[in-house]
Write a protein that binds this ligand. Structure first.
Ligand code: ASP
Length: 343
């Protein structure tokens, strides 16, 4: 088929890429119709490009499960009509959205590429033009059989294509804003786009299942030396709490103070799922490696391996949203469902 027969849907949700400064010199989202006028070259792009704009574009700090649900609805209702999707999104919470979408779109067989920019697309020095054009190219790339090269949720930013649920925004200043500390890039963009095929998720069955239910009765408990008993106690006693991500030190280590272990143990006994995720960006949780994680393992804390916090949060919301019981969720946490952890 001729490449013009391919079609890509750009979904504009907001973010710096489409912002302008208001009278108070503050960045605010503006209407998407203006966006394409800044990239007139797009009319020569070798695929048909359609766009869908969220009615009220947002700064991505306002992202929440309802927003993810809307995004899944847009992708699902347009799924059969497009070869791929490019989602323009603020970079601040892009790693969360990419992780959530990866779980909510089961059996995804087409590219969903999230991108954005650090400078608005209307500025001369913007990174938005390159990010958008490369994302479109990746979203329309196919193999010799006309099948998409990428069939997972990804983030493209500043020359790198990453698996979305492995990413973390680590820089608020540089154009290179994202890292994927525990999983190699899926593609690198220079003069050519070099796909690292061995890292790319294999295509699954062609039957997309959208999931809309997310349960956000979860909390993140970040440990620090000197953490107060009352802080731990109040987090673990939040009404309706179903799961806690314990952000631990190094390879999953925590204080061995009796009060701390007892509080965590009692929470688990009371039915709360506790997951161990490291505060380190790189590396994996290995409960039992040090004396300071043996008790966590023994009282039933579940090691989250090398998942990012962003991924652990959305995986929990997704599994709880499926209505699974504690035992089944605990079984699925250390298993890779969408390539979110290394087994
Ligand atoms: N605050 C912006 C947002 O996340 C930053 C960006 O787009 O890069 O929406």
């Amino acid at each position: 088929m001729s490449s013009k027969e391919k079609s890509i849907l750009i979904i504009y949700t907001g973010g710096t890429i489409g912002m302008i400064k208001n009278e108070a010199n503050v960045f605010v989202p503006f209407n998407f119709d203006n966006l394409l006028k800044y990239i007139p070259l797009l009319k020569n792009f070798p695929a048909k490009i359609d766009s869908f704009s969220f009615e009220n574009p947002i700064d991505s700090s306002n992202v929440n499960p309802d927003f993810w649900k809307k995004l899944v609805e847009v992708i699902y209702s347009n799924y059969d009509n497009y070869n791929g999707f490019v989602v323009l999104h603020g970079s601040d919470t892009m790693a969360y959205t990419a992780s959530a979408l990866s779980f909510m779109l089961e059996n995804l067989n087409k590219p969903v590429i999230l991108t954005g920019s650090q400078l608005p697309i209307g500025l001369i020095r913007t990174d938005g033009r390159e990010n958008l054009i490369a994302s479109l190219e990746i979203a329309s790339a196919t193999d010799n059989n006309g099948k998409p090269l990428i069939s997972e949720v990804c983030i493209y930013f500043e020359n790198f294509l990453f698996r979305g649920n492995r990413t973390h925004k680590y820089n608020a200043e540089n154009f290179k804003a994202f890292i994927s500390p525990n999983y190699p890039a899926l593609a690198e963009v220079g003069i050519n786009i070099k796909y690292n095929n061995q890292n790319i998720q294999k295509k699954g069955i062609d039957f997309l299942i959208p999931h809309y239910e997310l349960d956000n009765n979860i909390a993140v408990l970040q440990l620090f030396p000197g953490i107060n008993q009352n802080v731990v106690k109040s987090i673990l006693n939040i009404p309706d709490l179903k799961a806690v991500i314990l952000e631990t030190f190094g390879s999953g280590n925590a204080p061995t103070d009796e009060w701390f272990i007892i509080q965590i143990r009692d929470a688990i006994k009371a039915g709360i799922i506790v997951i161990n995720i490291s505060q380190c960006e790189s590396g994996s949780v290995e409960q039992g490696k040090y004396e300071t994680s043996v008790q966590l393992r023994d009282i039933g804390v579940i090691g989250g391996k090398d998942m990012t916090t962003e991924s652990a949060i959305s995986k929990l919301m997704y599994l709880l949203g499926l209505g699974l019981n504690k035992k089944d969720i605990e079984k699925l946490i250390p298993i890779s469902l969408r390539g979110e952890l290394s087994e």
